[in-house]
Design a protein around this ligand. Structure first.
Ligand SMILES: [Zn+2]
Length: 76
């Protein structure tokens, strides 16, 4: 069983990865999908910086999978 605290931590990671701008630290951002490149770009409406984010495999993606991916990325 997942503890509420763990969910909160994972949710924070999700926010940092997919919502928060890494430059100005605000969350006034927009996720845009590049259909050609099959990439997601996070664009900040405040400082207008852009960065690509890891592919989102459907909105119902499980937090456990996300955690696993983070671990794999850290190892590679
Ligand atoms: Zn920004």
């Amino acid at each position: 069983m997942i503890q509420p605290k763990n969910i909160e931590n994972l949710f924070r990671k999700y926010i940092t990865e997919y919502v928060q701008c890494q430059i100005c630290k605000r969350q006034n951002t927009e996720l845009v999908k590049d259909e050609k490149m099959r990439l997601w770009t996070l664009q900040c409406r405040d400082c207008l910086c852009k960065r690509t984010v890891p592919t989102i495999k459907g909105s119902e993606k499980k937090y456990e999978d996300y955690e696993k991916e983070l671990a794999e990325n850290a190892n590679s």
